[in-house]
Write a protein that binds this ligand. Sequence first.
Ligand SMILES: C[S@@+](CC[C@H](N)C(=O)[O-])C[C@H]1O[C@@H](n2cnc3c(N)ncnc32)[C@H](O)[C@@H]1O
Ligand SMILES: [Zn+2]
Length: 574
Amino acid sequence: MGAQRELGEWLKNPSAEERARELERVQAKMHSPPYLMHKFWARRPWTVFRRIIGDFTRPCSIILDPFAGGGVTLVEGLILRRKVVAVDLNPLATFIMRHEVAPLGIPKFKKAVERIKASLEPVMNELYRVKCPKCDSNAVAEWTEYVGEHPVLIKLRCGCGFHGTKVPEDSDMSLFSTEAYKEIYKEIPIVRIPEGEKTRDLLKRGYKYFHELFSVRNLTALALLRREILAESDTEVRNFLRFTLSSTLKWASKLSHRRGEIVEGWAMHAFWVYPRWLEINVWRQFLRRADAVIRGKTYTNKYIGNYAVEARDFEELERGDATYMIIEGDARKIPLPDESVDAVITDPPYGGNVNYAELSDYFLWFDGKLAPKSEEIIINRARGLSLSEYERGLSEVFRECYRVLKDESPLISTFNSKDMRIVAAFITALRQAGFKYVATSCQPYLKVYETTFHALQVDAMPFDFVFIFRKSDKKCAKRQESNLSEILHELREKLEECKKEKATEREFRERTYPYLIDYIVNFSIEDARILAEEYEYMIKRERKHFSKIRKEVVKRRMSKNEQAIPTGFDGKGS
Ligand SMILES: C[S@@+](CC[C@H](N)C(=O)[O-])C[C@H]1O[C@@H](n2cnc3c(N)ncnc32)[C@H](O)[C@@H]1O
Ligand SMILES: [Zn+2]
């Protein structure tokens, strides 16, 4: 520990600032196979995390991620042969992470899928049977489109070569009798939809229970699958089959819909049943998800393999008998000793950007569970949580990170919010916890995303920030003396410039953020807060102007992008 009390090694040669600049050149890439196995929200680019881990830690370093979510730090950390402690409050996050890193025997998994196929395929084909419009024999529906409760279109594929749509006939739909499946249907858990910011709309529209988001036929298929999966005797295989079934849920509900020719599962950060929704064939989708799991596990078997050993306690990790720990709990209290961790690498919740706990219930209810909400760090009006609760929560977690970090060690965090007050709250929380600012980098977004429907989100920030802080009880260099009113004046001038150029709100933010952040990390906490508030107020006053510009841009992009939106239905999407 003696050497650690001196300036951390990672700060020198090349300097942390230089490394931050280097990070800006890392190309964000599409999710690699482990992250395509199961949906989680807002996973950060693995290329960036791999680079951060590689640059700021060493093999066998112990890394802590207090907001581990979709598991990018955990997976990339193990690939680089670090030890990782991944903490998350959300049982869906820990469920996904465990399956991302645990080894899986692919041949026995494939065999189990074949066994399920042999026993279920005839039943499933019966469940989704339709008449082929070309040869009049039996075929299987890929999906059925509904308006409300009325089927209006069926997409099918037939042995005769027909692959297309037809208008449903009475005989197509009556083949499925609820009566025949009464017993299996009873196995569906009855879970009430809790009150929340994201569920409010559903409740208002008369949905009371989660199963009401699914058609009776699809629930039947899911229940049949689960029964078959639970009969699997190999624990490892059974767990991964359950994981596959959970992943299938994304496509199984009435939240699925068509966008032009594209078939989409639940893709929004909200619950929304479209006026025209799709009942996707659950069985076929399960098989696709099994393929995605095979691809994901082939990847991690190769790059992590038996290096992944879950620790029961910290001693095992420290001794090297195990390589990772997954802790399901509140990161305000992490069961690790003082000064035991070499780096904190994380991606915290960004204000109220994503309602992780509320959205996770969409998956968890199927096992009769719900995500705990009360300790979640978030801005959520339905729970009365505003910016100040959010900042306090973050600051408590960062204080805990400070305690468990070794002296002079780094805390590296991505962050992205279009609201400067939220960015300021995040930075303030770190500073209140005792962390000293080192450097920032702006990580440009993936260009591929820009051509999809993100392109329509004219106001979303086009880059992630990577913040580098360190634990240190040494006094900082003297604080920058700046005049708040001078800076606000400069910002107003920039705003006028942007207005003249017809720049969007996002473009204005893009130009001013790096500059603002520089002040926010250096100002007194009080001035930083005022600066963030004044800045947001400045933009709010130009609401009408920016809204006009925004409409023009959306209109231009809509016409350009209509045909350019890629599919996720072929099993590629997570
Ligand atoms: C932005 S996500 C993390 C995304 C992740 N870094 C990735 O790349 O996939 C933030 C996570 O913080 C978790 N979280 C919120 N409050 C928490 C708390 N008090 N303790 C632990 N985790 C919490 C949420 O459940 C969510 O999974
Ligand atoms: Zn046919």
